[in-house]
Design a protein around this ligand. Structure first.
Ligand code: FAD
Length: 590
């Protein structure tokens, strides 16, 4: 058992937890973050991608609107590399009443959200696919944010100030001593090893799991209600500006251009468990109809992926438990000293990804006040390490791909990922699995959803990883190569020059199968009409022509080595450790 000591333990590696970690470290606390999966694999990795201008909430929740407007300006500066300055429009479609629009500008002004009306002709000039019969249009300062890049930048900054991060570590208990926080126990999901951390404070940033985490300290009844929302990615960037329907917040009223695709969303339904998020075909149809209302012909584009996330909404006594749409989007900080008599313990939930920095500031302010220490927040003053002089643009990848097109292999045509980009990512993060590479490079996230690039990725990853192994016992590798020689589509896997290449090939093929399975799980609810035929073709290409279904079955060791909860379980992450579940998974997928 490993034992560590720190001032503050942060639980949860989403936008909020990593923001808290950075804030603590910049104020001079020693801080350690525990995350049960990889960074941003909870709601933060499953959101809509919008850096809110505040426009959406000017009528329904003016306080959140003001917070969004202020944080929008800070986030686009300190995370400039993660933000695309698309701008945003609120449009009144032919189906919408103008009553809401009449109050929009006044409400925006009252909430200090910059907004101005532009002519319909100007809106159509900027976005020709918008409904030609739209009635009015307003311009706002919406932008698009890459949540993964934002979180990595936040953690890199925290680490520069001495903070530590332990991923794949699930918190199992929170200890108190005479009413004070004294430590935390966790389990390493990959090895099963136990770890204890002595500390004087704990900040619970567990998102929709925050209620369960608070209960580990004996603070029962923290009512965080998971508000399930689905989003559908379309195979084209149908618009270059964020398009909002100018109505009281409702389902499917925002279209976000995100990298090479665009995303329509979202719904809002009460979910009983954030680890089990269902997606129904009728909800998908509802989203496509909503897209059609803003962009005529929307349904003629191809939907390529659907996923769901759970909003961490704090129960509002004014609305019923199932009415998550009308619960506040504002943040809630719970001081467990006041509520439960546990000094040094705070929970934070609610809010938006856009306001993560402010949420972190407010909870660390509360901790400092309880400790009687004066340490001012500095997170808005300093840019994160990856920040660039200008925001990123959709054309950056194309410019790079063009500049190296004579010398470089293009591995993912949809997202313009080159071979050296993959090799560089592996050099930076040698233990990266396929899903880590997907999040970093967006490989497999474009229109073909990994059909062609995933087997190529497998070959490159395997070649790179075996090239890093010490060279003894070459015979073992050759034997393995013989065993899988007939897998013609992943020939690189048969070139195993190094010793534990046998194990490495096992790990790589396991990851390839899991990657394919994960991509497919996001397609299943979309399967109807032409879409079904295209998906069937993709599946045949990948499983038969490229031979994935002929790959050897994974060993338990290889399943564990992937270490990726989302790949192993999808949105379902069960309570027992990964190690305990590996066998069961193997049986189910044999
Ligand atoms: C459908 C949808 C669309 C959204 N769109 C937007 C948008 O466009 N713009 C915007 O600003 N906001 C948006 N949001 C809101 C935003 O995504 C969330 O507010 C934000 O991501 C929450 O971050 P978090 O860190 O609080 O929670 P999470 O990201 O869920 O992080 C909590 C973490 O705790 C970890 N954890 C749980 N239990 C344990 C344990 N026992 N031990 C260790 N770790 C544990 C989880 O694995 C998880 O990573 C959207 C939300 C949803 C659901």
């Amino acid at each position: 058992m490993t034992s560590l000591t720190t001032d503050v333990v942060v639980i949860g590696g989403g936008a909020t937890g990593t923001g808290v970690l950075r804030d603590l470290a910049m104020r001079g606390f020693s801080a350690l973050l525990l995350e049960r999966a990889d960074l941003a694999q909870g709601t933060t990795g499953r959101f809509h991608g919008l850096l809110h201008s505040g426009g959406r909430y000017v009528v329904s929740d003016p306080e959140s609107a003001t917070e969004c407007a202020q944080e929008n300006e800070i986030v686009r500066r300190i995370h400039s590399d993660a933000v695309e300055e698309t701008g945003g429009l609120f449009v009144v479609t032919p189906n919408d009443s103008e009553e809401y629009a009449d109050s929009f500008l006044a409400a925006a002004a009252a909430a200090r959200v910059p907004a101005r009306e532009i002519s319909v002709a100007e809106a159509l000039r900027r976005e020709p696919r918008l409904h030609p019969k739209m009635k009015r249009a307003f311009e706002v300062r919406d932008a698009v944010i890459d949540g993964w890049r934002m979180v990595w930048g936040t953690v890199a900054s925290a680490q520069e100030y001495g903070a530590r991060t332990l991923t794949y570590h699930r918190v199992t208990s929170i200890h108190t001593d005479q009413g004070n926080i004294s430590g935390v126990s966790a389990i390493d999901e990959k090895t099963g090893e136990k770890i204890t951390i002595s500390c004087r404070a704990v900040i619970n940033a567990g998102g929709p799991w925050a209620g369960k985490i608070a209960a580990l300290a004996g603070a029962h009844g923290v009512d965080v209600v998971p508000g399930r929302g689905i989003m559908v990615a379309m195979n084209h960037r149908l618009v270059n500006t964020v398009i909002n329907r100018c109505v009281y917040p409702a389902d499917g009223d925002i279209l976000v251009p995100d990298h090479t695709v665009c995303i329509i969303g979202t719904t809002d339904q009460h979910a009983s468990d954030p680890d089990f998020l269902e997606i129904s075909t009728s909800e998908v149809q509802q989203m496509l109809d909503a897209g059609e209302a803003m962009i005529p012909g929307f349904r003629q584009a191809r939907a390529i992926h659907v996923w769901a996330g759970a909003r961490p909404l704090v129960r509002d006594q004014r609305v019923s438990t199932s009415d998550t749409r009308h619960m506040s989007r504002g943040m809630s900080i719970i001081d467990h000293h006041k509520r439960d008599g546990i000094a040094g313990f705070f929970s934070i939930a609610g809010g938006k990804l856009t306001t993560y920095r402010l949420m972190a500031k407010n909870v660390v302010d509360a901790l400092c006040e309880q400790l009687g220490e004066n340490r001012p927040c500095r997170t808005a003053e300093e840019n994160t390490p990856g920040a660039t002089p200008r925001n990123h643009a959709i054309t950056d990848r194309l410019a790079h791909a063009e500049s190296v097109r004579q010398s470089e292999q293009l591995i993912c045509e949809c997202e313009l990922v080159t071979r050296s980009m993959i090799e560089q990512a592996l050099a930076d993060q040698p233990h990266a699995n396929f899903d880590d590479l997907r999040r970093q490079l967006r490989i497999g996230m474009g229109p073909c959803q990994g059909t062609f690039c995933a087997p190529r990725l497998a070959g490159i990853v395997h070649a790179w990883k075996t090239s890093q192994l010490p060279s003894h016992s070459v015979q073992a590798a050759r034997n393995h190569a013989r065993d899988i020689r007939d897998v013609h589509s992943v020939q690189a896997l048969t070139r195993c020059p190094a010793p534990s290449a046998t194990h490495q090939a096992d790990v790589t093929t396991t990851q390839l199968r899991l990657f394919a399975r994960n991509r497919e799980s996001g397609i299943t609810p979309l399967l109807f009409n032409q879409q079904l035929r295209e998906a069937a073709l993709n599946r045949w290409v990948m499983h038969s022509t490229l031979g994935i279904e002929h790959l050897p079955q994974p060993s338990q060791e290889a399943i564990l080595a992937t270490g990726d909860l989302a790949l192993l379980y999808g949105t379902h992450t069960s309570a027992p450790s990964l190690a305990a579940n590996a066998n069961q998974w193997k049986e189910q997928h044999a």
